[in-house]
Ligand binder design. Sequence first.
Ligand code: NAD
Ligand code: ZN
Length: 341
Amino acid sequence: MKTLTKAKPERGIWLQQQPVPECGHNDIKVKISKTAICGTDMHIYHWDEWSQKTIPLGMHVGHEFVGTVVEIGIEVRGIEIGQRVSGEGHITCGHCRNCRAGRRHLCNNTVGVGVNRDGAFAEYLVIPASNAFPIPDDISDDLAAIFDPYGNAVHTALSFDLTGEDVLITGAGPIGIMAVAICKHVGARHVVITDVNEYRLELARKMGATRAINVANESLEDAMKDIGMVEGFDVGLEMSGNGRAFEQMLASMNHGGKISLLGIPSADTVIDWNMVIFKGLIIKGIYGREMYETWYKMAAMIQSGLDLTPIITHHFNIDDFQQGFDVMASGQSGKVILDWN
Ligand code: NAD
Ligand code: ZN
């Protein structure tokens, strides 16, 4: 079968033939129809320091997918051949305290599809059946293919009550932009997003941001005054991984504000802890998606009218994968879909 494999210890990714994986007793085999390129795939593509430490050479990558179940293991119940599924890329152990308490997103032994084991950039993917999420008929393949990052946005955004609240999102990457639409959908008042990339800020405006601020040449404070905010943001969603963005968020929060941290800052990031303490802020780290509460909310919000379609900006056939990685690397894209059919 065709795969996109990290074949060499250098920048790039390679289309290769690999054997079709075996389906174990508790697994399903999915024929992949569409995949999307994640920021993580770009780290692996660029072969940065993290990838060099983490990614086994010869592995095929990818974890954002939709496809059809073509085989099920003999122990599998509740999933049928022919069903359209996406799925959770975090494979959890099932025996640690958190798993046993139903908090699988906090598993101590999480293994990542397309990070620690073969991924979804392939004609066939085998995952545990319990990782599959059946896709309702009224949700398109394109949207189902981006459920993984959409789930990051939902998990981060819905960690705190948003109804009637003013929300600051730092970082208008695909996840930050999706978070804009989610916050508006569930009833936030003002949703302000920051970035330094004009293309992405424009997408965020399309998704309903009250203001999309380019912090390289605009003042967040002025924008807040302009929309009549006097006391600061109630909720902050950090989705850039940039230390200065986080610092700016801390400075712009109301006392008692709540912050979800999704972006992964570099190890040398320094913040002013006095802001956290004297403002009485609550900060929560976010990893992955809740299994499977986040997934049910994702499907339900699309069915109740949340429109994420503007975030998908590019489609390529798998044979033209290089163009997909090039446009992702340029920063001039939202989500990029690779079509395997
Ligand atoms: P991305 O890299 O596409 O987006 C980050 C954005 O932040 C970029 O558009 C960048 O221009 C912007 N940015 C840079 N400096 C900024 C500044 N000073 N102020 C505001 N914005 C600034 O990433 P993504 O795929 O949308 O993911 C968002 C973040 O979440 C990344 O840091 C990613 O590593 C992280 N992530 C975490 C998890 C998790 O489970 N915790 C999962 C997925 C992604
Ligand atoms: Zn576990």
